[in-house]
Design a protein around this ligand. Structure first.
Ligand code: GDP
Ligand code: MG
Length: 441
């Protein structure tokens, strides 16, 4: 009978994603091949990179190793470069990773992962006691708690085939995943300046097809943990989005609303009487336009409209405008479109609202940020599109944000997430400046 894995399809996909679209082949399964680490080692010898998966009641632990030695001994220490990750068995299946250069000690019934320099045990898999023991620091890093009394234990080892450039790739993707998780925690923990409002509102403005609706979908996907397409996107020359939408986003983890809303508008068109009407802008900014309002390009909203919000408060207002552009079309913006944008910006400045620029559709999202993921690369900054937006709209470089939205892909990507989450964080900073100013007034 074929030995089959306990991993669900989704779990397997998460692993493959983390490791870079690799293929996994089951080499060892404790309940079938025996709860014996020597047998496990025998089956993994000379197989190249492997991932050891330990199933615990609430979590799945993975340990990626670049290789196993060919030694045939019942107890030995093996230096290795590997990292740990955990997958919580909840809806969002968040994956946490830690990279450690350490050693493995294998004896008949135990498998011990140590940090070599400190001789510190990080994770012990003990088949005799049917338990795993995880060091506090690893628990903290992975943000899991492990109940040692739990006796339910299964261990599987997979051969990992198709890793791109082994050490380098794994290292980068692991650091990217860690950075992404930190950003995600920051965005979740954001609270607007002086608690003046509980949810800030970011208005997305820009030409038709610039990626406004896709940006909302991308942000939502990150917090849902899988790709979603709530807002309709399209590639028509006229705007697909005709309704004003004020989207609030729920945190998939606890279902609570996140502290920001994204306001998706009709696209701008260089022609007069087509696309979003400039006269609608002041009303949008002040918070007079309700959710689901049907834009009409030739007829801006007026206080007579039945759903017009006559006395909006600070919470209804727009706190930040993001001018959204397809980075590939910035160099070709027509003079008419630029004039319209200038007109709009005048209204935004009049209202004192914070401004950022969001450039979408970068196809080299791998190269946008410096190696530490904190700042934009010098070559990116010197690109004509960034320079143009900087000069044309007078938006500082730190407020020009570059993203690659989720468009046609099927899987989440930590690098895309980093750009999107960093963009959100910068928007929050801009909003806080605005709110601080508001309080002073
Ligand atoms: N490759 C890529 N395509 C994108 C990106 N953002 C949006 N798109 C595509 O561009 C088209 C227009 O996007 P949409 O979100 O409807 O633009 P909107 O009119 O500004 O709301 C759609 O076909 C999207 O799939 C991106 O960052 N990268
Ligand atoms: Mg749209």
């Amino acid at each position: 009978m074929a030995v089959t894995t306990k991993l669900t399809w989704n779990e397997e996909r998460s692993f493959q994603k983390l490791l870079g679209n690799v293929s996994l082949r089951l080499l060892y399964k404790s309940s079938v091949h025996g709860e014996n680490t020597v047998e496990m080692q025998n089956r993994c010898r000379c197989q190249g990179p492997t991932v050891t998966v330990i199933y615990h009641s609430n979590n799945i632990f993975g340990i990626f190793m670049l290789g196993h030695s060919s030694e045939k001994s019942e107890s030995f220490i093996e230096p290795n470069a590997f990292f740990f990750f955990s997958l919580q068995k909840n809806e969002t299946m968040e994956m946490k990773t830690v990279v450690l250069n350490s050693t493995v000690t294998i004896s008949y019934k135990t498998l011990i992962f140590n940090i070599s320099s400190y001789d510190k045990r990080y994770l012990v898999l003990n088949f005799s006691k049917k338990c795993i023991d995880i060091a506090k620091v690893l628990e903290e890093e992975l943000r899991v708690t492990c109940d040692l009394r739990s006796t339910h234990l299964e261990c599987e080892v997979f051969r990992v085939a198709g890793i791109k450039d082994e050490g380098g790739y794994i290292n980068r993707i692991t650091r990217a995943t860690q950075h992404r998780n930190r950003l995600l925690a920051d965005v979740r923990a954001y609270s607007p300046y002086a608690d003046l409002v509980s949810e800030i509102r970011i208005l997305l403005l820009g030409p038709v097809g610039s990626g406004k609706s896709s940006f909302f979908n991308s942000v939502k996907s990150i917090f849902q943990g899988h790709l979603t397409r709530q807002a309709i996107v399209g590639s028509d020359v006229t705007s697909i989005t005709e309704q004003y939408r004020i989207y609030s986003i729920k945190d998939g983890k606890n279902g609570q609303s996140l502290p920001f809303m994204l306001c998706d508008s009709m696209g701008l068109d260089e022609r007069e009487g087509v696309g979003l009407c400039v006269d609608d802008i002041p009303h949008l900014l002040k918070g007079c336009v309700p959710d689901r309002y049907e834009f009409s390009p030739q007829k801006p909203i007026t206080p007579k409209h039945p759903t017009f919000i006559t006395s909006p408060s600070l919470k209804d207002r727009i706190h930040c405008v993001a001018y959204v552009f397809d980075i590939n079309s910035v160099d070709n913006l027509s003079s008419k479109m630029m004039a319209k944008l200038k007109q709009i910006q005048k209204e935004v400045i009049n209202c004192g609202v914070a401004q950022v620029a969001l450039l979408t559709k970068v196809n080299n999202c791998n190269e946008v940020l410096q190696d530490n993921f904190l700042k934009m690369n010098k070559t990116m900054i010197s690109q004509s599109q960034i320079q143009k937006i900087n000069k044309f709209l007078g938006i500082p470089l730190s407020r020009i944000l570059v993203v690659e939205n989720y468009a046609s892909e099927r899987e989440m990507d930590p690098l895309k997430d980093i750009l999107i989450l960093s963009a959100l964080k910068q928007m929050f900073r801009a909003v806080d400046d605005f709110l601080e100013d508001f309080l002073l007034e």
